[in-house]
Design a protein around this ligand. Structure first.
Ligand code: MSK
Length: 625
């Protein structure tokens, strides 16, 4: 039977996206949705996690008729091995991002860079104390060096526990110890998963699943947390500010530069360069009225949170932003950058520039950024973008929509600061039922789902039920475009949450950052659990990745669950070929770590599931509804 083509209305909920999908058709540009259609239906063995390509006795496909691969691995083992490598790649990505921040801090401490400095010295001192360093009498450079060296140990292997284990509530630490899943080194546990999943090593699916949890905990409480905290130290801890979102932030009369990826190391330098008077004069000489910097995906989140730089879009908007025909340059660091962006750029005058030696793109121009050349390289790429403005074909420009305003900058420091420096007012609001609980809505877009539909509707349902939403990553753009990130959105919340938001002047959906910044949510859960003297699993909280796609998102989901946080996914990982692994994920883990996953594509049913969990947790704490 012929496949039925999805209508544009089924692809996305946004008008700016629909207009650009139509323009792509007109301009003859292929998008992610075209390629999804070409690739559908997908291989059912791969979808269920039942293919194995780990040796050349295979590849094998496990089925009822042929239940074991050549080596003898059955469905459970095959799925567990595949999933273990899947989350190992996700944890490696976050953690390698964190390592770049450690190297930058070390360069600052050693005096090897003048391009980067410590902007939040108070935070540097605070985290130095938290990870067990003696801070008394030490100057900033010495402390920067010592913090970086201590965190370098966290990546290696376990001479001591990870520095931020001090943030984990005691009951949780005890449980991890009992289960043998305390992370022992960020890199070590990732590498060990590669070893365990080599043919003939760990052949017990339960043992592999537990190690998956351990390496993900090393991501959440290690690599990601280091990435977040050191980004704050070097670039400043976010404080509440406003920003703008959607394709309307691209300016017709300006040189437009989009930064995309995850790390603030490159984009913060570009931000400094676009404000350089000499470069602004050069842009004017080229016929533009200015230079406009806007973000995509999590690099965009980093700049939005700290600097209020506008966001052009999330993951599924990256191709569409270029299709406006008004983008002079897309500058990328790493992660979530579709290789197709090079081809899409080549259909317009857009220059595609890669900046990291670990993320090069065939057909792109590479401008390497490092600690000693970052400021100069940033000026160089801005000059290139200004040159590009002269090549823009005005007849091909179409920028849809008006920007929507949003509020951002809700770091834990900002949240606690707004509460008077203590979590007590939030705890009181939870106890009184004004805020019944909190949910972190995180992550990506997936073209298999209607773009941003699940994000937005889930958030609306939750706030209606007096559940505070914390948002990170690409979900942020969805919430911002829907108007849920301004204080006025409190009118859409239940009476209790509405009153709390109105008294504090905050929206019911709080932006807490990029994907590594999910570690802020873990940390906040730790603070709340410690204040109440309970485990994280006892809190009325949950997580949701409604439109996830990446290995990183799976790692986030697993570190949330292993930390005791019930986690909803809008679509399942490729594990359904094993009843055992699926059963563990969807229920069995509850008896092991006190939380599990739920898979539900419908945002309204997902809200019911999360609500039921929050109700149960409130009851467990003796709190009324
Ligand atoms: S960028 S991991 S699509 S959130 Fe972090 Fe967005 Fe997901 Fe990438």
């Amino acid at each position: 039977m012929a496949k039925e083509k999805r209508s544009i209305d089924d692809l996305t909920m946004w008008d700016d996206a629909k207009q650009m999908i139509r323009k792509a058709e007109k301009d003859g540009v292929e998008t992610v949705w075209d390629r999804l259609e070409q690739q559908t239906p997908h291989c059912p063995f791969c979808e269920q996690g039942l293919t194995c390509q780990k040796c050349v006795m295979g590849p094998c496909r496990i089925s009822e008729k042929k239940p074991r691969g050549v080596c003898g691995a059955d469905a459970d083992l095959t799925v567990a091995r595949n999933f273990g490598r899947f989350v190992a790649a996700g944890a490696a990505s976050h953690s390698d991002h964190g390592r770049d921040l450690v190297e930058t801090l070390l360069a600052i401490g050693q005096g090897k860079t003048t391009d980067y400095t410590v902007r939040d010295e108070e935070k540097l001192r605070r985290i130095a104390g938290e990870i067990g360093l003696d801070v008394a009498g030490k100057d900033t450079k010495t402390l920067a060096k010592e913090v970086a060296e201590s965190m370098t140990q966290d990546f290696g292997f376990a001479t001591k526990s990870l520095g931020f284990m001090s943030r984990v509530p005691a009951k949780r630490r005890e449980l991890w110890k009992k289960l043998g899943i305390t992370p022992r080194g960020i890199d070590r546990d990732i590498v060990e998963m590669m070893h365990r999943t080599h043919m003939g090593v760990d052949s017990d699916p339960v043992s592999l699943c537990l190690h998956s949890a351990r390496l993900c905990l090393g991501d959440g409480w290690g690599g990601s947390m280091i990435g977040t905290e050191l980004s704050d130290v070097i670039f400043g801890t976010p404080t509440p500010t406003t920003g703008k979102v959607n394709l309307g932030v691209i300016q017709e009369d300006q040189v437009n530069i989009l930064v995309h990826g995850h790390s603030p190391i490159v984009s913060e330098m570009v931000l400094a360069a676009v404000n350089d008077p000499d470069l602004l004069a050069a842009a004017k000489a080229a016929g533009a009225t200015g230079i406009n910097l806007a973000g995509l995906c999590c690099t965009g989140n980093e700049l939005l949170m700290r600097q209020g730089v506008p966001m052009a879009g999330n993951h599924l908007m990256t191709e569409l932003a270029i299709i406006t025909g008004a983008v002079e340059m897309i500058l990328v660091d790493y992660q979530c950058i579709m290789p197709s962006l090079v081809q899409v750029s080549s259909c317009y005058h857009t220059k595609f520039i890669s900046t990291s030696d670990k993320a090069k793109f065939a057909g792109a121009e590479h401008v390497e950024f490092n600690h000693t050349n970052a400021k100069e390289q940033a000026r160089k790429v801005v000059r290139m973008a200004i040159e590009g403005f002269k090549l823009r074909d005005k007849s091909r420009v179409d920028i849809p929509g008006e920007p929507v305003e949003l509020m951002t900058g809700f770091s834990n420091e900002a949240i606690l600061g707004a509460l008077g420096g203590t979590p007590d007012p939030l705890i009181d609001a939870i106890k009184a039922g004004a805020v019944r609980g909190a949910v972190g809505i995180v992550g990506c877009n997936n073209p298999k789902q209607k773009h941003d539909y699940v994000h937005v509707n889930l958030a609306k349902e939750l706030i209606k039920r007096d559940i505070l939403v914390l948002v990170t990553g690409c979900a942020t753009v969805a919430m911002g475009k829907a108007g849920l990130m301004m204080p006025g959105a409190a009118s859409q919340a239940g009476d209790g949450l509405k009153a709390v938001c109105e008294s504090l002047g905050i929206p019911p959906v709080l932006h807490v950052g990029s994907c590594v910044d999910n570690s802020r949510i873990l940390h906040l859960c730790g603070v709340l659990a410690n204040a109440l003297g309970v485990d994280i699993a006892d809190l009325p909280v949950a997580a949701s990745a409604p439109e996830w796609y990446s290995e990183k998102a799976a790692a986030i989901g697993l570190y949330a669950v292993a930390s005791g946080i019930y986690t909803h996914l809008g679509l399942p990982p490729n594990i359904t070929g094993s009843e055992m692994v699926t059963g563990l994920a969807l229920g069995g883990l509850n008896d092991v770590v006190g939380a599990c996953f739920a898979v539900e594509p419908d945002p309204f049913k997902a809200a019911d599931l999360i609500d039921a969990r929050i109700k149960a947790k409130r009851k467990g704490l003796g709190l009324s509804e």
